[in-house]
Structure formats: structure tokens, C-alpha cells
Design a binder for this molecule. Structure first.
Ligand SMILES: [Zn+2]
Length: 318
């Protein structure tokens, strides 16, 4: 089961208790993802199509709650598709007082206005906005598995509805983006924080917990990776430095001889040759008497410059 489906199954089970919210959620289903069709007897129907059985059931239930027995509804399984069942909910729209010639496929705005009488035309309250967003996600939303990426989107073919979504989401400070994809207007969230806020706003609490778990896990893993990378980089840096120092000391040993070095430099040169993988700080600690890292560093630089002079053929006494 996809991550979207899991989230939708949770939201589909949440039935709003208040009538205002039932209307708002039903309205979202209709506005975001429905089309108008004529049936064989030339009656108009709102048709809602989804791959998610629980979303289809919810439209059915909400329709019953909002319209009572006034509307009929059918759920059909589409058997032509082997991969995904397609659930089609048909809701009869009362058009008795319309003449046949006026019953061309209208755009949804007309039907929306017709429905407004029943759905209620009030501005959405906070509770209703949550319900509306829940319905919108169920009708046209998807959520990518947070293990892969942070992406939540709700798509609709209606520009004004998508812009309305931006406003509704803005009420919860979600700051969504909007883009075009073929005939779709896609309202999306790309930040983990915002997606979590959305899931919270619509009451997808089980999904939210899971989402946050994955987020924490990913965060820790990224931090560990960063530390490991950092450590590896530092280690290879100090190993490279050590190899260069050893090379320099060997040059001195094989030309002038280590025993010719002043005592301070001789000790450090010997320690370096014996402890190739020790850091400068560690060399200072094993030195007798212990020596600070800057002192070791100072001596090491002297050895390096001495070796450079030997390699370039300059006089050592210079
Ligand atoms: Zn409400």
C-alpha cells in the first residue's frame, strides 16, 4: 500500500461530527475532483472517481449525511482496469426546473451555485477549513513516502478552486506553492515542517507520528553521515600530512643524518618515524617531557623546510 493510501485510509475513517464540517468536507470532494455527466435519461450527475475505496465510501456517507435520502448514489468498481480498481460515485443533481436545452454539460461553477443552497454559502470556519482540507486531500491529494522525499500535493483541474486551496492552507501558515502540470493545477508542500503541520491540521495523527519517526530517523542518519564524512576527511588530511613529514625526515636521514640534528628536532623526527599515524597533539603527549601541539608543529615545520632546502640543493647551513 502506498504512503498516500495509508494516509487516506486514516482520513477516510474520520467522520466530522458537526454538520458545518460535513458540508465543508463534502464540498471539497465535489470541488476538487468531480465531473458533470448526463445519464441515459438526460439527468445531470456529479461523478466522483477515485482509486481509493475508503475515499469513495466517505463521499457516499457524507452525501447521505448532507442530503439525506434526497440523492441517489452508486458505487461501481471499474473492472476494465486490472491494476487498480476505480471507484465511481454518482450523485444525482436535481435539475427538474431546468429545460433540456439548458442542460448542456455546465462547468462546475453553475452546479456549485446550485449546490450552494444545500451546502451552505457561509465562509469557512476554522473547524470547517480543516474538514475542507481533509476532503481536498482525500479527493485529489498525494503524499510521497517521507523515506524518499518530502512532498505533499493536491491537484485539481479548476484554477479558482486551487487558488481557494492556497487561501485555506494559508490559514494554517502552510505557505504552499502552486504549479501547472498538463491540465492540472498542483498545490504542493515541500518542507517537512509544513507537511507535518498539514497532517496535524487535517487530523491525520497516526500518519503524522509515523512521518515524524521517519523524519527523526533520517535526521539522525544524516547527522551521523556528516560526522563520519567529517572524521574521514580530517583523518585523511592528518595522514597525508604525516606522510609528507615522514618523507621529509627520511630525506634528512639519508643525506645529512638525523644524529646531526639539534636535540629538539632529533627527538621529534624519531617520534614521527616511529608513530606514523599519530597526530601532532599525540606526538607532543608521548614526547619526554610532554610538549604542546604548537611546539611540535614548530619543530615539524623546521624539519620540513630543512628537507625542502636539501631537495632544492641549497646549503643546509643557510
Ligand atoms: Zn465546521
Amino acid at each position: 500500500m502506498s504512503y498516500s493510501q495509508k494516509a487516506k485510509n486514516e482520513l477516510a475513517r474520520k467522520m466530522p461530527g458537526r454538520e458545518c464540517c460535513q458540508r465543508a468536507e463534502f464540498r471539497a470532494f465535489i470541488e476538487i475532483n468531480s465531473s458533470i455527466v448526463s445519464d441515459s435519461k438526460d439527468n445531470l450527475q456529479l461523478r466522483f472517481t477515485t482509486k481509493n475505496a475508503s475515499a469513495a465510501r466517505k463521499v457516499f456517507k457524507l452525501n447521505k449525511l448532507v442530503f439525506g435520502d434526497a440523492s441517489r448514489i452508486n458505487i461501481r468498481k471499474n473492472r476494465s482496469s486490472n491494476i487498480n480498481n476505480l471507484y465511481i460515485v454518482r450523485i444525482s443533481v436535481n435539475t427538474e426546473n431546468k429545460k433540456a436545452e439548458e442542460r448542456e454539460i455546465p462547468d462546475l461553477v453553475d452546479i456549485g451555485e446550485e449546490h450552494n443552497a444545500v451546502l451552505g454559502n457561509q465562509g469557512l470556519w476554522d473547524c470547517c477549513t480543516r474538514a475542507y482540507l481533509r476532503g481536498a486531500f482525500l479527493a485529489g491529494g498525494s503524499l510521497v513516502d517521507p523515506k524518499k522525499a518530502y512532498h505533499l500535493e493536491i491537484r485539481s483541474s479548476r484554477e479558482n478552486i486551487s487558488h481557494g486551496l492556497l487561501t485555506h492552507m494559508g490559514r494554517f501558515h502552510l505557505e504552499p506553492g502552486i504549479s501547472r502540470r498538463k491540465q492540472w493545477y498542483v498545490v504542493y508542500l515541500k518542507e517537512a515542517d509544513r507537511i507535518a503541520d498539514f497532517l496535524n491540521a487535517v487530523g491525520a495523527h497516526t500518519t503524522l507520528l509515523d512521518f515524524e519517526d521517519i523524519r527523526v530517523y533520517k535526521g539522525v542518519r544524516n547527522r551521523v553521515n556528516r560526522l563520519v564524512n567529517c572524521e574521514t576527511a580530517n583523518m585523511s588530511k592528518s595522514i597525508n600530512a604525516s606522510l609528507m613529514q615522514i618523507d621529509a625526515i627520511r630525506t634528512i636521514r639519508d643525506t645529512v643524518g638525523l644524529e646531526k640534528l639539534p636535540e629538539g628536532l632529533y627527538e621529534i623526527a624519531k617520534l614521527r618515524l616511529e608513530n606514523a599515524d599519530a597526530s601532532l597533539k599525540e606526538l607532543g603527549e608521548i614526547h619526554h617531557p610532554p610538549m604542546s601541539k604548537p611546539s611540535v608543529n614548530y619543530r615539524m615545520r623546521k624539519l620540513m623546510s630543512m628537507a625542502n632546502k636539501i631537495k632544492s640543493g641549497k646549503c643546509l647551513e643557510g
